[in-house]
Design a binder for this molecule. Sequence first.
Ligand code: SAM
Length: 222
Amino acid sequence: MDTLYKYISEHSTPQTEALEWIEKQTHIRTNHARMLTGPVQGRFLKMLAGALSPARILEIGTFTGYSAVCLAMALPEDGHLDTLEVNDELEELILEGFSRAGLEKKISLVTGDAKETLAGLRKEILEDGTRQKYDMAYIDADKREYPEYYRLVFDMIRDGGYILADNVLWDGKVCQSPLPRDRQTQGIAEFNDMVAADPRVESVILPVRDGLNLIRKLGQDV
Ligand SMILES: C[S@@+](CC[C@H](N)C(=O)[O-])C[C@H]1O[C@@H](n2cnc3c(N)ncnc32)[C@H](O)[C@@H]1O
């Protein structure tokens, strides 16, 4: 842990017992613990959701459920979060974490490729009318697909709602010149350019950890 992060961590509200369990199990049971949102950004997500007070949240990229729990902690009594994950091997760990956090009734895990599961949810919202629009979406899955997630999610968010995207600085690679040619950097850079040029939103990139793009959807009433 670098000195600055250690200081920030020691001077921020500590994570809950359930989140500590998820973090520990992620280190023990997966090889990708660096993907975890972690205690500082997790606290930020919880407080941001608390301030924006969404009742329906969509998350793309559950991993072991850390950020889903942080966001769901801010939900009202009747609020709900749907979280999408392609790796079905994580299911047992994810569901136990939700249950330890006492949030198993407020979070639904949807397993499958996000582009497919999003298409299903979009149909329910925009064609069948059987599901309400979301107040907030958190994008944190395949970096190559950020532009497509944005296109798919946009109409699923109500006017005045928020889209939050993680890792938008991609370790600073998005500002390198020339831009690295790998598909993840290209995907995130395209996403940030798309959002910055989109007159339907206002947005700001926050340098929290690896960068969060906070996007508010404008609309007729906003
Ligand atoms: C950075 S991790 C998410 C971290 C999580 N939000 C957290 O804070 O703990 C990205 C996750 O997205 C998932 N993912 C990658 N491609 C996906 C896809 N096409 N559909 C759904 N999930 C995907 C990965 O399996 C991984 O678990």
